[in-house]
Design a protein around this ligand. Structure first.
Ligand code: BEZ
Length: 211
């Protein structure tokens, strides 16, 4: 069955380019992103892995580990990493899971037979410190993902986990937030000492509480 938001992220042990990992243990108490690639030695995937390697410090800053997966075997991944480093002018700095028996791909429902019955689609799972799934995304093989969007989502998830706010359309870290509808007007001054403005009774803004 497909995984849904709030479900526990299935645990697994797998061989990666950085040795064997147990997923939950490897995540520790932090956040994590697991993202799938249709196949090794493919152009879009190559650019995606290079892009994430260059952004690794941004994920680290957010206490978020990143791990990629492709159904090809580890020997294939090892050769591909050399190509990624060469063509993307980077050094791979996070693990790629080898999943030739499709164990992890099946656990996470990453193979969508009506798109391709062998290779994974471009799935993304963001996992919280409680090991629960906080975001799922599914892109087709032909569309490379926007990893800046994933950083933006992590900022929103981390903010809304601690404060009674939500983030509006196209919100970026530092911009005003929406006061959660569950917050009563009478509670607003104490919860949001930076102030608030009410556009409609259900649409109230406050400066970002954690900045
Ligand atoms: C790619 O990563 O470039 C790719 C993979 C599978 C199908 C199409 C493109």
């Amino acid at each position: 069955m497909a995984l849904r938001l709030g479900d526990e992220a299935p645990d697994f042990t797998a061989v990666t380019t950085e040795g064997e990992i147990n997923f939950h243990q490897w995540l520790g108490n932090g956040w994590g992103i697991l993202f799938s690639h249709p196949k090794d030695y493919t152009p879009v995937c190559t650019t995606e892995l290079g892009a994430v390697a260059k952004m690794k410090a941004d994920f680290d800053k957010r206490n978020c580990k990143v791990v990629a997966i492709s159904v090809d075997p580890i020997q294939s991944h090892e050769g591909w990493v050399c190509d990624i480093n060469e063509t993307q002018n980077t050094t791979m700095n996070f693990p790629i899971i080898a999943d030739p028996d499709r164990k992890v791909a099946t656990l996470y429902d990453m193979i969508h037979p009506n798109a391709d019955d062998t290779f994974t689609v471009r799935s993304v799972f963001i996992v919280g410190p409680d090991k629960k799934i906080k975001l799922t995304l599914t892109y087709p093989a032909s569309t490379g993902r926007n990893f800046l969007e994933l950083l933006r989502v992590i900022d929103s998830l981390q903010l809304t986990a601690k404060h009674k706010v939500a983030t509006p359309a196209n919100w970026e870290n530092g911009q005003d937030c929406i006061i959660s509808p569950a917050v009563k007007d009478a509670e607003v001054p104490a919860l949001f000492p930076k102030g608030s403005r009410t556009i409609k009774p259900y649409l109230r803004y406050t400066p970002q509480p954690n900045r």
